[in-house]
Design a binder for this molecule. Structure first.
Ligand code: GTP
Ligand code: SPV
Ligand code: MN
Length: 602
């Protein structure tokens, strides 16, 4: 079959872009090519088309105006880290924590899967900008995809359409992003990154981070590679402003691994008993931060995205009212429960579960159902998500479009640690803070395939997202600290410490403001702490605990530094550090030694 595309009618004079699209079209052989302009009419047209094929289902428009529903293949409901590769010319550049494939081999393997895979389909051309269009700190990508769901998600998550194409001009730089669902066969699923070619190829998946190529693939993996070369940071971080009673806003960036609370913290609502203090939270971003040193020698951050791709289960008016308000309209729901009357539900949503519905696997569902092994059958997949425009968030910051972004005063690392790690502690300095980030760990969640609950090291929450050798990445962090006049203070938090029965000791969610208040107090030098071998830890009296029903013992346990457990932890860190060989910066080895010495001294 020979298909001609009407190239002269394409809305660009960018020769390289046209040549690349022709090449990719020759490979994938779509019947048609559609250039996305990002308009409202286009959105409607795409939705109508997807309703016809069943790719999308329109929800009850009275209850959920502008909202649609989508289910991905049951074998395709989370990122597949084992099928994600960094394809640099040397294995050393990818480092010990990434899967690596030589570029030639990777292109060849993927070519075979892409070949002819869009026959009978349309290839959509999606020009998008990560960061405000035209800002010197933004990056442009062009994604080719055969999937309407992906186009509509990209439309919410990025600045997308004609304005981006215009900005690209006749020779602007862009990341080449190719995505195809192919036949969704797991054995033919590959998420490939070619940082040296500024190229991403994703095939055989239709799920979130695997296919919304602006997000994890560009804004983290490719961007982290570029950031090292260009002297900035691309991080898996939320960005929030905490306005204190005097009106001053302190901006905090926080790195927690997937499904560990970034979205929730970024939209925090102060608890009742702290209301009188007049704190207010401003949401800048919930997943990705791009940070650079400005002329003032300080660290400034932007959120390159324009939407939330947030975890649905557990989201309700109690835990995250701002998220519930955000997703009331114009939202795409993925892999949640669908009812006959085109309503949706997920575990942990407000109110009673519906009497029946179709669950994330596309099977009939009733509350309390169990499978053959006696396990509860879930309505929504634990990693089911909502895609919603950030502008609909009641707590949205007004600095979202400022290309300067916001000045970061504190960086917070955190993870799910049932034991050992206290509620909060502060590093001694930047270098020690980088050590805290480099050694953080967390229980695995449903956001990625693999054994749930297993504790793994996830440095800076970037283990799945660092586009190059993580040893070099640590060095880059250390170097950034040296370039700053006044680097942010670095903290570590843990909302997930448990008691003997496995119950969370800390109430979390809105109550986390108490910890943020201490963090800000440390930045302003108004809050107290005790010095421990692991860093500065608050005493119970250093935190405002008014109105919190928490026993003195629970509080002490939350802030306890168990030296024996920490010596064990240090041994594990030592083992982890060994995997980096000579790529591990000496400064981090020294930090570990210093920690061990402090632990043994007392
Ligand atoms: P990604 O989008 O995967 O990067 O995740 P995220 O870090 O934004 O995670 P999110 O905020 O969506 O939280 C995921 C899960 O953590 C949800 O089930 C929340 O209910 C739970 N969670 C968030 N904050 C807290 C907290 O303070 N305490 C407890 N116990 N659970 C929390
Ligand atoms: C994560 O897993 O960290 C996410 C969701 O934010 S995804 O975009 O699917 O990677
Ligand atoms: Mn994430």
């Amino acid at each position: 079959m020979f298909i001609t595309y009407n190239v002269s009618s394409w809305p660009t004079k960018h020769a390289q872009l046209k040549i690349w699209i022709i090449e990719m079209a020759e490979l994938c052989q779509p019947d048609r090519i559609h250039w996305c302009d990002g308009s409202e009419e286009e959105k409607k047209m795409l939705e109508q088309e997807a309703f016809k094929t069943g790719e999308l289902i329109e929800l009850d428009q009275e209850k959920w105006p502008g909202c649609v529903y989508h289910r991905t293949h049951p074998n395709d409901v989370a990122r597949t880290e084992h099928l994600t590769y960094i394809c640099t010319s040397t294995k050393k550049m990818a480092g010990p924590t990434n899967n690596w494939m030589p570029p030639d081999e990777a292109y060849k393997k993927a070519r075979e899967i892409f070949y002819g895979s869009m026959r009978g389909r349309t290839m959509y051309v999606v020009p998008f900008s990560m960061g405000p269009i035209g800002s010197p700190f933004s990056k442009i990508g062009v994604q080719l995809t055969d999937n309407i769901y992906v186009v509509l998600n990209m439309r919410i998550m990025t600045r997308m359409g004609s304005a981006v194409l215009k900005k690209l001009g006749t020779n602007g730089k862009f990341t080449k992003c190719l995505h195809g669902k192919a036949d969704l066969d797991e054995k033919k699923r590959l998420i490939l990154h070619f940082p040296e070619d500024n190229t991403i190829w994703s095939v055989g998946s239709g799920y979130g981070g695997n296919v919304l190529l602006g997000k994890k693939c560009l804004a983290l993996r490719i961007a982290s590679y570029l950031a090292r070369q260009e002297g900035w940071l691309a991080e898996h971080m939320l960005i929030m402003g905490v306005e204190d009673p005097s009106g001053r806003i302190t901006y905090i960036a926080g790195a927690f691994p997937s499904a560990c609370g970034k979205t929730n913290l970024a939209m925090l609502i102060p608890p009742e008993s702290m209301k009188h203090k007049g704190y207010r939270i401003w949401t800048v971003g919930d997943d990705i931060a791009w940070m650079r040193i400005d002329t003032d020698g300080r660290l400034w951050a932007i959120n390159p995205e324009t939407g939330f791709f947030g975890v649905a289960p557990g989201t309700n008016y109690n835990t995250n009212r701002n998220a519930m308000e955000t997703i009331k309209k114009n939202t795409i729901f993925t892999n949640v429960l669908l009812t006959k009357d085109k309503n949706i539900w997920w575990e942990g949503m407000d109110g009673e579960p519906p009497q029946e519905g179709i669950n994330w696997e596309g099977k009939p569902w009733r509350p309390g159902m169990v499978d053959k092994k006696g396990n509860i059958v879930l309505g929504a997949h634990p990693n089911s998500r909502f895609t919603a425009p950030i502008i609909q968030c009641p707590s949205i910051s007004n600095r979202i479009e400022h290309h300067h972004g916001v000045l970061i005063d504190a960086i917070v690392f955190g993870g799910r640690r049932p034991h050992t790690v206290p509620l909060v502690y502060e590093s001694f300095d930047w270098k020690h803070g980088v050590f805290l980030g480099a050694t953080m760990a967390s229980e695995r969640t449903a956001a990625q395939y693999g054994k749930q609950g297993e504790i793994r090291r996830d440095p800076m929450a970037m283990l799945p997202f660092c586009g190059y050798n993580m040893g070099m990445y640590f060095q880059h962090w250390l170097d950034m600290g040296k370039k700053m006049e006044k680097p942010p203070k670095i903290f570590h938090v843990n909302w997930f410490r448990t008691d003997k029965d496995g119950n969370y000791l800390w109430p979390g969610f809105g109550e986390n403001l108490r910890v943020l208040e201490w963090i800000i107090g440390r930045c302003l030098k108004t809050a107290g702490a005790r010095i421990t071998p692991i860093g500065y830890v608050p005493r119970p009296e250093d935190l405002d605990l008014t109105g919190l029903s928490l026993s003195r013992e629970a509080m002490e346990e939350l802030l306890y530094v168990d030296k024996e457990a920490w010596l064990e932890e240090a041994k594990e860190i030592e083992r982890f550090f060994k995997t980096f060989g000579s790529d591990l910066p000496m400064e981090l080895k020294n930090e570990l030694k210093a920690l061990q010495e402090r632990l043994m001294k007392e």
